[in-house]
Design a protein around this ligand. Sequence first.
Ligand code: ATP
Length: 143
Amino acid sequence: MATIKLEVVSPDQMVYEQDIAMLIVRSTGGELGILPRHAPLVTGLIPHAMRVKLPGEAEEQLIAVSGGFMEVTPEKITVLAGAAEEPLNIDVNRAQQAYDRAKQRIAKFHQGPPESNDIDFKRAELALERAKARLKACKREVA
Ligand code: ATP
């Protein structure tokens, strides 16, 4: 079976390196499936759980990414992420706390002044998306 090399790199480490059959990501332009010998491409990624199909394996692997960039050449996919984790390295409680905190901040923002005065809405929204990506990578239910 044809494969393509996937490297997922965060600022402090190589998070994942494997020959894979297919990668499904959420790019800034929508969902993309990358197969071996894909045309060259560079795109931004939004926070989500990437889906990795390995050759000969029915079950997908999930990798949380907090956003970043993906470069595709016919032989290799490179994901440069602000942060990325495989499920084994995700602290689910921490992700759940980040999720709850972001939800509270967003709710406060929607109450309007004075409650919303010190809420950075965009920041809370991005934190929520990162937490959702981590929870999804761990197959937790998220709203
Ligand atoms: P938190 O509010 O819990 O810090 P965050 O979304 O603000 O979450 P990031 O800025 O995306 O965190 O990541 C900072 C560092 O912490 C990265 O190295 C990331 O891999 C790690 N990290 C964040 N959340 C988790 C988690 N739930 N489990 C494991 N590592 C995590």
